[in-house]
Design a protein around this ligand. Structure first.
Ligand SMILES: [Fe+2]
Ligand SMILES: [Fe+2]
Length: 209
């Protein structure tokens, strides 16, 4: 069994991560709590799928820091109670790239590549669209080989992020119930289908459902 406190505490106590987390918490407590849950959920799913210790740890960091780019988005937009306009949506959708830009420390070079792709396993994928990604893969076979690990980790981060967002209360919506979550994930998640069943069956204390 994965003992989440034992695993996440050392990651959260890393000096640099601690500094980033403080910034996220001061900016928006809900985003902070979402990041901590995502870190635990992603490590759990990676563990379930027999990922290496190193990969599990990378996902732990990626979960904690994935939405740090939201710090560069006006808080009024993030807290809007109504549906966002197309212009506002475009601004919010900048956050994976903004996270990538913020995490320019030498130790986060791999982690930030996972993070920038955390919304790329969904039907309306961003910042790269699904066809951008397919084109890149065709054009550069060498890079694709190198990117396989990043892709595999981003896929886990992505389904856990989707799950937690649907299961949580946000300013503009109530948390969805398990059936509604399943329906939405089945429609929107474009990664491996086996992860859908797994995320829907995470233990109660991790799932919020
Ligand atoms: Fe995000
Ligand atoms: Fe997120």
């Amino acid at each position: 069994m994965l003992h989440e406190d034992k695993i996440i505490n050392p990651l959260m106590n890393d000096k640099k991560v601690k500094g980033y987390l403080k910034k996220i918490k001061d900016f928006d407590k809900n985003t902070y709590e979402h990041c901590v849950r995502l870190s635990i959920l992603s490590m759990y799913l990676a563990y379930k799928n027999s990922f290496s210790q190193e990969e599990i740890k990378m996902l732990g960091y990626a979960g904690l820091l994935h939405d740090i780019g939201k710090l560069d988005i006006p808080i009024q937009i993030l807290h809007r109670k109504r549906k966002l306009t197309d212009e506002e949506k475009k601004i919010v959708q900048e956050h994976p790239r903004l996270s990538f830009l913020r995490l320019n420390d030498p130790e986060f070079q791999e982690i930030r590549k996972i993070i920038v792709a955390h919304h790329e396993f969904q039907t309306k994928s961003y910042p790269r669209t699904n066809s951008d990604r397919r084109k890149e893969q065709r054009l550069n076979i060498e890079r694709r080989k190198k990117d396989n690990k990043i892709r595999k980790l981003a896929e886990i981060l992505s389904i856990c992020d989707m799950y937690d967002a649907l299961a949580s209360k946000r300013c503009y919506k109530k948390p969805l119930n398990k059936e509604e979550i399943e329906e939405r994930i089945r429609k929107q998640f474009t990664g491996q289908k086996k992860y859908i069943r797994q995320i829907l069956n995470v233990p109660k204390d991790l799932s919020r459902c």
